[in-house]
Design a protein around this ligand. Structure first.
Ligand code: FAD
Length: 427
């Protein structure tokens, strides 16, 4: 009697079929694969302090719907469970007679710790897949990776090695459990309606919608060819790519974007803007690798700094934070951005820099409170980009300038000269 080599594939923040190295490996090496998604307790904590709201929740549920349809068309079905990976996955392995769990490596501390605990309970095989650059192709050891972005980028660009998108094997089999019911949003959240005011925030989860956005923004609208000039705008749907929600859930791979940039450059020529999209993807990689390297340090107020400054004690920290959250500070530019976030789950990069700087440097609030608020509210939240950027702005991360304080009034005059953005979001 032949023994069936059955494996679980745990979909994490890689909700896609294309360019998914860990998934391809699972299909290639196993007789039967059982695809699984876990509503992990730590992420789907919807009670106070909650870590996700309905904007991202809805996006993930849509992404799961899309993933289920793709897997079904390939002959399988997703299993959906809620709980802790280290409790659920060994139990599923036992139930279905699986001997291995394949997964994509995480980067932030909670993810890597959870992998570690799981690997003590079941045989796991984990692969890289979230970044543009493969860890093994970096021109330095992770422990020696430069602390400052410019050094990181220069070293990487001198030795640029970007792998092609990976293909699925030709033959594979799934174990096909019963078709899952994707739970409705109301299963997790009381508030399910959004007040979007405009139609520019219709992010639809899933790799099909990601593909459409890629096609639309790069090829149809050619947003990439003017990106460097427009990327700091505040209003509209096309001044930047808006790939971030799909990247964060892994509906879109950074290498897929890179291949598309290169194809666009071959057809229409390269310019500073086409390069700049690649440049921003390097920022993303930078924060991912920093997260892997720093572990819990990314979430500490002073990062990995040993010398803690004597921060002034601010008696009204709680009140300042509440005002900031609700867009009720004395600064109408900050308020407009915070209102946009609350009503849509979205904020531009320029806005994020300003509101973060204001909270840290003008209101004197612990940056981690702001980062947690972003974690709950951003549709594109990812731990590495979020905590990495916040820590950077706090001056205890990877910024060579320790006091990166934005003059929010000057920024408002420059980026919103006619006050249209402030008027719209402060009404
Ligand atoms: P584009 O300008 O089109 O850039 C293309 C892609 O490059 C983005 O989708 C993103 O993946 C990457 N990128 C661009 N800028 C950055 C950056 N500064 N850091 C890391 N990656 C970058 N981005 C997130 O994806 N998730 C977060 O949780 C997040 N939190 C942030 C918190 C703060 C305080 C700040 C200042 C920035 C944060 N960013 C975060 C980075 C950046 O603001 C968003 O990636 C960007 O605004 C998303 O819009 P876009 O896709 O149109 O970006």
């Amino acid at each position: 009697m032949s023994i069936v080599n059955r494996a679980i594939f745990w979909f994490r923040n890689n909700l896609r079929i294309h360019d998914n190295p860990a998934f391809a490996k699972a299909l290639e090496e196993s007789d039967e694969v059982i695809p699984l998604y876990l509503f992990e307790d730590r992420e789907w904590n919807t009670t106070n302090p909650r870590r996700i709201n309905h904007f991202r929740g809805r996006f993930i549920l849509q992404s799961l719907q899309c993933l289920q349809e793709s897997i079904e068309s390939m002959g399988g079905n997703l299993i959906l469970r809620r709980g802790k990976a280290e409790e659920i996955i060994p139990a599923i392995a036992q139930e279905y007679g699986a001997n291995t769990c394949y997964l994509e490596n995480g980067f932030a501390y909670e993810e890597t710790s959870s992998e570690q605990r799981l690997s003590e309970l079941i045989h796991t095989k984990a692969y890289e897949g979230a970044t543009l650059l493969h860890l093994d192709d970096l021109p330095f050891e992770l422990a020696d990776s430069p602390k400052v972005f410019t050094k990181f980028r220069k070293k990487v660009e001198e030795n640029l090695a970007i792998r092609s998108c990976c293909q699925l094997p030709r033959k594979f089999n799934f174990l096909k459990p019963k078709k899952p019911e994707i739970p409705p949003l109301s299963h997790f959240f009381e508030e399910t309606e959004s007040i979007t005011h405009t139609d520019i925030y219709r992010f639809l989860g899933g790799e099909k919608a990601a593909d459409q956005r890629l096609q639309e923004w790069i090829w149809n609208k050619k947003g990439i060819s003017t990106y460097k000039e427009t990327r700091n705008h505040l209003f509209g749907s096309d001044f930047s790519s808006r790939f971030s929600p799909w990247l964060a859930q892994g509906c879109l791979s950074p290498r897929r974007i890179y291949e598309e940039i290169k194809a666009f450059e071959r057809k229409h020529g390269s310019n500073q803007s086409t390069y700049w999209l690649f440049f921003e993807l390097l920022w993303r990689d930078f924060f991912y690798f920093i997260a892997r390297k720093w572990g819990p340090g990314l979430f500490q107020r002073y990062g990995t700094n040993q010398d803690k400054p004597n921060s002034p004690k601010l008696s009204d920290e709680a009140e300042s934070f509440e005002k900031w959250k609700l867009g009720r500070t004395n600064d109408d530019f900050v308020n407009a951005n915070m209102n946009e976030l609350r009503h849509t789950g979205w904020m531009s990069n320029r806005g994020r820099q300003n509101v973060a700087s204001y909270l840290i440097h003008d209101l004197g609030v612990d940056w981690r409170k702001g980062a947690q608020w972003f974690e709950e509210n951003l549709i594109d939240y990812d731990p590495c980009s979020n905590y990495g950027n916040w820590l950077y702005l706090s001056g205890f991360g990877n910024d060579p300038r320790p006091d990166r304080k934005f003059n929010t009034q000057k920024q408002a005059e420059f980026y919103d000269p006619d006050g249209r953005y402030r008027k719209f979001w402060n009404q």
